[in-house]
Ligand binder design. Sequence first.
Ligand SMILES: NC(=O)c1ccc[n+]([C@@H]2O[C@H](COP(=O)([O-])OP(=O)(O)OC[C@H]3O[C@@H](n4cnc5c(N)ncnc54)[C@H](O)[C@@H]3O)[C@@H](O)[C@H]2O)c1
Length: 389
Amino acid sequence: MSKGDAVLNQTMQAIEEKAIDASKKLRCAIVGTGWIAEAHVPQYLKFPDVELVAMCDIVPGKCEKFCKRRGVDYTNIRFYENLDEMLAKENLDAVSICTYNATHAECAIKCLNAGVNVLLEKPFTVTVEEAAEVIKAEKASGKLLTIGFQPRMDPNMQQVKKIVDSGVLGEIYYIQTGGGRRRGIPNSTFIEKKTAGIGALGDIGCYSLDMVLNAIGYPKPLTVSGYTSNFFGTNPLYQRPDQDHTAAENAARFNVDDFAAAFVRLEGGIILDFRISWAMHLDTPGDTIILGKQGALRIPSTECWNGSVGGEMTLYSDVAGLQTETKFPILRNNKDLFELKVRSFLDAIKEGTPAPVPSSQIYYNQAIIDGIGKSAALGREIELEIPEI
Ligand SMILES: NC(=O)c1ccc[n+]([C@@H]2O[C@H](COP(=O)([O-])OP(=O)(O)OC[C@H]3O[C@@H](n4cnc5c(N)ncnc54)[C@H](O)[C@@H]3O)[C@@H](O)[C@H]2O)c1
């Protein structure tokens, strides 16, 4: 067995060995039955310690259509068009909030105030002020809030953190990160401020930021010089039709960012150079690199950035006066990342352990995203004002 295989098997064993105590069933519900709910619902249906008792969507009939389309037996699932009503009637233990970004904060606050544990889809919120309000509700409720960053469950992402934590890079002073797609605008509810609030920044930028900020322990961001544009989304030439709109209609309603870049100063003197793109005349804006005084790590980008490692990583360091390169092969994962995301949420509720992806960390992720928008609007660098909670 190669060293790589040994690491892989350890990872698989760690995931498979955990037994589920099904003596008490958690009463769970889904808020927002759109596209990403398709990745959440099967998880709640598969675990023996969970009852999926309710679903809620503001669009009349959408929950039922969802179940019919996905072949979900809904005999014991009640449907709601109003979240307050569902919370008042269902005595829930946990919800997945799968609404579009603009209603993340309001839904999360309502659920936490009702004493329900929350798995909130990414991005955390649209603005940093909203994120602060959600964290206040989380603290007042004493309930668990985790943010839906499933790349955290990817052993390759975990490897990035392990390499940094090992100290082999020494003191880190510069990071370049981000990702991009030549053409990859999602359309649907992702491209209007009234539903998405933010574009590529919130959709895929949050993953790039999390990959490196989680690895270095989420230092506080201090200043941001940000830029955003939307030359592709607003141009019918680069737009696609979807089931509800022509390409021209999608271009006309597009009013979020499709490209963003930023220069961010973090506490500890670390510089973060960031760029993200849903569409551009380039395949990728470059690999992620982490430069330290003792070594450096290169993490290859993917063609269609969605928060995964694009190929074997390389660690550069000097050993006994020689410049060396160590390769880290891609680790296979034997489980669906959404299964691990939902399972880790349920386990944390049952075991009283901390949130798998804590809001306190993603608060800084959101502060950078928010700061990029604010700095871009002003056309200059800004100091981040992150409300204390
Ligand atoms: N983790 C991932 O890999 C991943 C992938 C795609 C999308 N997402 C995130 O999931 C979220 C939803 O994305 P989507 O593609 O499913 O969007 P969508 O528009 O298909 O679905 C959102 C649903 O939420 C409903 N909704 C909105 N406000 C509501 C409210 N107050 N109460 C009840 N229902 C409400 C809408 O009617 C809609 O049906 C977004 O925040 C997106 O960033 C995450």
